[in-house]
Design a protein. Sequence first.
Length: 181
Amino acid sequence: MKLTLLILATMLTAPLTNTDKAPAKDIYRISINTLEGESLDLSQFKGKYILFVNVASKCGYTKQYAGLQELHEQYKDRLAIVGVPCNQFARQEPGTAEEIMSFCQKNYGVDFQMTEKVKVKGEEQHPLYAWLTRVELNGVEDSKVGWNFNKFLISPEGQYLAHFKSGVKPMSTEITGYLNE
């Protein structure tokens, strides 16, 4: 009896952490639509790194689209870039899907994957960003999207690797270092 109580007490007081760092939910099962409104199957990116970036057209970091496109061109054999428009930071992405795509293609030649506009924080946070920012879902860490052009890197096996804040440029060694391993 004492042994049973001891085991039960240990189970109830043990930290609720994911010690093996395995994600609680498979990122490839999360649903999100493309900018064109079609379902985007994230499992098509299995075997490649994925870089998710919350983007905006009227932000001081908008010029990072050029670096994202360069990163896409240089590493497209092993990296998928997914731009995720968001209008939550000073309303810097007010455009429609058509306006966003036109802006990105005309000004930066963007041809990497773009998704529908979503909320990356708050009560209406998209499930993708819930996974990216919550340890209980990604198995690695809690993080916060503080502004536009935050970047999240996922391994070819679907594991959360790193979060990079807005100031980290797409072609920085902080990001490319993972891709060159």
